[in-house]
Design a protein around this ligand. Structure first.
Ligand code: TYD
Ligand code: MG
Length: 498
């Protein structure tokens, strides 16, 4: 029989080539082809037989109506983690946790395993109901970390392994642990495959075997996935399709805050976030993120004004946002300075640069400002990344406020979507946003024009509302009335629509 033909597989898009080339024709990636041997030849005849019906079992079709049992959840007791998973882990499901190196994946999962291990769930009292399998660190390293986290006396099982066959041999039995953490999937390999650990085919095959085992034995499988330079889970998207839930662990290195975000969840809502703070004793839950994201601002403001603990600095607006089902208040900061070079600079942290370009264009075209010719720096305080269009109005408020050096009142939250026409559009969850703002001591809301219910919501929350119908009303509100030329003379170019 002929020797199996070597083939070259793109590590980005899994396209297969008979010969090595520098660039993948499929996805355009450079240097992404790696030689891999095919897993096994198809049993002779199967390929030839094709869609033959012999040997297949007929499916037992059922109707849509019928008894359905909601999957019972296994809560970890780490509320922020449970929230992101949609109320706890679902037995028999596979979860992929991705994130930059050093962000805290291993820390979080060791904490989760320790929380599950004592067996407070259905199998209460059984020791060692969580297993932590690491292919990256030595046992001593994990023990040291466990000591630091204060969970060293947890009855969980710990092992170092990277051969999937060994893992399956140890877990494929009655009374398998309830939770199995595999850190990381890139270090695991199947000895039936010739390619090196971490290649697409190894990652895919190893994950497949482990997921199959989890389904068979009904345990929760958590896979740690590395993230490539481009920010996607290495190995590549195929892994995201295979698991039930994909969680991303994100955060800025300079900040202590870590945000766990669900990007896919077959058993719950996506876009839920869990907020943690990295401390010297591991990750600590942050049940009230708004207070945390606004903490610096309140402290700074107290010195300046002493009133309501909020500062009166221009170029800042508090956005009443929603992250999943939870309202989160964050500060949007903007700095506008005359451009020194021909092309104005744009630096955006925590928000979409394209969206910023759109808002400056609307301010220029519909409100007669000339923001676009200036350098613009925009920052979402605290390291949160906002994707909601509802932040448009808050960003515009911060920009205009920076431009005119007129502070947005410190007791005001802002939200609303901006259309290209300059109209301010209503957004969802008004009630929840207003309630959260009221809870944190805000007294005013700048928001899309009120209609019926929205007004009731504001009144119920005890907030005074300033409805906006068009962006120019916001500009008017933030333009100094007295001497437009005096204080503005040392200002960036403004208001002179040519
Ligand atoms: P780790 O969980 O090893 O990251 P990952 O598995 O995602 O690569 O996190 C390591 C980082 O967390 C490291 O920079 C040190 C920090 N850390 C703390 O600040 N406090 C702690 O209690 C622990 C365990 C880690
Ligand atoms: Mg790690």
């Amino acid at each position: 029989m002929a020797r199996p033909q070597a083939r070259f597989v793109c590590q980005q898009c899994a396209a297969v080539y008979p010969k090595w080339t520098g660039r993948c024709d499929g996805c355009g990636a450079w240097n992404s082809l790696i030689e891999e041997l095919p897993r096994e030849e198809l049993p002779s005849g199967l390929a030839k037989r094709g869609s033959d019906r012999r040997g297949g079992r007929s499916l037992g079709f059922v109707g849509l109506t019928g008894p359905s049992t909601l999957p019972p959840r296994r809560e970890t007791g780490i509320a922020e983690l449970d929230r992101v998973c949609g109320g706890g882990f679902v037995p028999g499901s596979a979860i992929l946790v991705g994130g930059d190196p050093g962000i805290g994946k291993s820390t979080l999962l060791l904490q989760a395993a320790a929380a599950v291990a004592p067996g407070s769930g259905p199998s209460s009292g059984r020791p060692g109901t969580a297993a932590y399998i690491t292919g990256e660190e030595a046992v001593d390293q994990v023990r040291l970390r466990a000591e630091r986290l204060g969970v060293a006396d947890s009855p969980m099982l710990l092992a170092t392994a990277s051969n999937v066959r060994d893992i399956i041999a140890s877990l494929d039995r009655e009374g398998a642990p309830e939770l199995v953490v595999v850190d990381s999937i890139q270090t695991m390999y199947l000895d039936t495959l010739d390619s090196a650990p971490g290649t697409v085919s190894q990652v895919r095959a190893a994950a497949q075997e482990l997921i199959r085992l989890a389904k068979r034995r009904g345990f929760v499988l958590v896979l740690v996935g590395h993230v490539t330079k481009e920010g996607v889970i290495a190995g590549p998207r195929v892994l995201e399709h295979m698991v039930d839930t994909v969680l991303y662990f994100e955060g800025e290195r300079g900040h202590q805050f870590r945000i766990l975000r669900a990007v896919k969840n077959r058993f719950g809502a996506t876009d839920e976030i869990g907020v943690f703070e990295m401390s010297d004793r591991g990750l600590v839950e942050v049940p009230n993120p708004s207070a945390l994201f606004l903490a610096g601002r309140a402290a700074a403001g107290a010195e300046v004004t002493g009133a309501a603990g909020m500062g009166q600095v221009s170029g800042s607006a508090v956005f009443a946002g929603m992250e999943g089902t939870r309202p989160v208040l964050v500060e949007v900061q903007a700095l506008v300075a005359p451009a020194v070079l021909g092309t104005p600079r744009r630096a955006v942290v925590g928000w979409d640069g394209t969206r910023l370009a759109m808002i400056t264009a609307v301010l220029d075209a519909r409100c007669g400002l000339s923001v676009g010719t200036n350098d613009i720096y925009l920052n979402i305080a605290g390291g949160l990344r906002i994707v909601e269009p509802a932040a448009d109005l808050a960003v515009a408020a911060a920009l205009v406020s920076a431009l005119t050096e007129t502070p947005v009142p410190g007791d005001t939250v802002v939200f609303g979507e901006i259309a290209l026409s300059g109209d301010v559009r209503p957004v969802g969850h008004t009630e929840a946003r207003l309630k959260e703002a009221a809870k944190l001591g805000f007294a005013q809301a700048w928001m899309p024009i009120r209609r019926g219910k929205r007004r009731e919501a504001a009144v119920a929350a005890g907030l005074e509302t300033s409805p906006f119908d068009h962006l120019s009303e916001l500009v008017e509100r933030l333009t100094p009335k007295r001497s437009p030329l005096g204080p503005l003379s040392r200002q960036p170019r403004i208001g002179v629509a040519s």
